[in-house]
Write a protein that binds this ligand. Structure first.
Ligand SMILES: Cc1cc2nc3c(=O)[nH]c(=O)nc-3n(C[C@H](O)[C@H](O)[C@H](O)COP(=O)(O)OP(=O)(O)OC[C@H]3O[C@@H](n4cnc5c(N)ncnc54)[C@H](O)[C@@H]3O)c2cc1C
Length: 375
């Protein structure tokens, strides 16, 4: 069997790449090690306008909750920043989707290309063509292997990485709100963690999705009592009240970035290449920027024999690695700033937030940077 491109991992990004290549007449096959069942999780995903636009272009229709206003507040002070889509000329700041619903929709779109319960067990590099052996024993001859198989990717394993353990856990659950969220999201920074509240929809019902990043030492005896003690206090800061409506899921928080995104014939995208603290909901959005950049390089190379394929992929690796590193370091800066207990730094932090809030230029710059490369 011959396939120009083999994609390992039928997550949102692997399926997106296959659909985007198909639109340009480039064939691919997607291997998914699990079966075709999508677990009904309570996880949601926040897409920036750039990522949502890419999904629109491949024809994904989805029930998104729009965010038009985002308030970032310091729990212990008066510092706050308010971002509004109307102030910076954008339709919406972000789009929240139920994770399983979006994954099912994109898998349906890519269904003809996906082989379930199949993974790569061996790659024999024979110059420009490579023989890939699958777990079923099938052998595929291919030019390129795209690793979109997540944070624990075996294909990415050989490439060194820098990583960071935040010694934090993210708790996430669905809640109902007493007052309508009015397309607003909130993020509260406090000694009890970073807590984000975003409107979302699941099976036609309105919810609020809560993602709460907490230092491990605060919940070493379990998180039930911690949530009960602190959810109401934090909710008061945003003038609303929340009732938990789902089980609570927890994830250990860490980040990583590979030293290169290419180990020919394997090229990395998304969580296989990098992961980031969820505080700004940028994880999959950086992955969509990787995917878009890689698809463009493949199309360009396909169109013209004069462009060197490997060189083009090296450009992809260098460009995307640098961009992701900048975002990773920026998020680490925020995490450190809001973990700070020194009262003078806390005062400056509140002062800084309010000063930032007065600057339309800075706010616009910041939101556009978080919204992806094109508007
Ligand atoms: C609590 C939490 C909240 C988050 N919230 C947000 C958010 O609001 N916004 C945001 O942008 N990001 C968010 N993220 C990050 C986001 O979920 C990830 O960045 C994104 O899912 C990565 O997509 P991916 O396709 O690279 O990998 P994955 O979603 O991990 O998909 C990988 C796929 O590959 C398959 N696979 C694994 N190994 C193999 C193999 N050997 N062979 C074949 N298939 C394989 C897996 O089964 C899976 O289907 C959040 C993450 C967490 C943990």
């Amino acid at each position: 069997m011959q396939q120009p491109i083999v994609i390992s991992g039928a997550g949102i990004l692997g399926c997106y790449i296959s659909c985007a290549l198909s639109l340009q007449g480039i064939d691919s096959i997607v291997l998914e090690k699990k079966d075709d069942e999508v677990e009904d999780s309570i996880r949601t995903i926040t897409l920036n306008p750039f990522s949502k636009n890419l999904l629109d272009k491949i024809g994904i229709e989805n029930d998104y909750s729009m965010i038009d206003k985002m308030e970032v507040k310091d729990f212990d002070g008066t510092g706050k920043i308010v971002f509004k889509s109307s102030e910076i000329g954008m339709d919406h700041l972000a789009y929240v989707s139920d994770f399983s619903t979006l994954l099912m929709a994109i898998r349906k779109k890519a269904s003809e290309k996906i082989l379930y319960k199949e993974e790569i067990i061996d790659i024999d590099n024979k110059g420009d063509l490579n023989e890939v052996t699958l777990s079923s024993g099938k052998v595929i001859t291919t030019n390129l292997i795209i690793s979109s198989d997540g944070k624990n990717s075996k294909l990415a394993n050989k490439i060194p990485k820098s990583d960071k353990d935040y010694f934090q856990t993210a708790l996430t659950f669905l809640a109902s709100a007493e007052k309508d969220m009015n397309m607003s999201a909130f993020q509260i920074f406090s000694d009890n963690g970073i807590c984000a509240f975003m409107p979302t929809r699941k099976k036609g019902e309105d919810f609020v999705t809560v993602v709460w990043s907490i230092s491990d030492d605060l919940i070493e005896n379990g998180y039930e009592d911690f949530i009960e003690e602190n959810l109401e206090k934090i909710s008061r800061k945003i003038g609303n009240s929340f009732q938990i409506r789902s089980k609570v899921q927890s994830f250990k928080l860490s980040s990583h970035n590979r030293s290169s995104y290419i180990d020919f014939p394997v090229v990395l995208v998304g969580d296989s290449a990098h992961s980031i603290h969820p505080l700004a909901g940028q994880g999959i959005n950086l992955g969509f920027e990787d995917a878009n950049s890689l698809v463009k390089k493949i199309i360009k190379t396909n169109d013209s024999d004069t462009i060197n394929f490997k060189e083009s992929l090296n450009v992809y690796s260098n460009e995307r690695r640098l961009q992701n590193e900048i975002m990773l370091k920026t998020m680490d800066g925020f995490v450190a700033l809001f973990n700070e207990r020194n009262p003078y730094i806390r005062f400056l932090r509140n002062f800084g937030l309010n000063a930032f809030n007065q600057s339309k230029f800075l706010k616009s710059f910041f939101v556009k940077a978080a919204s992806g490369p094109i508007k």
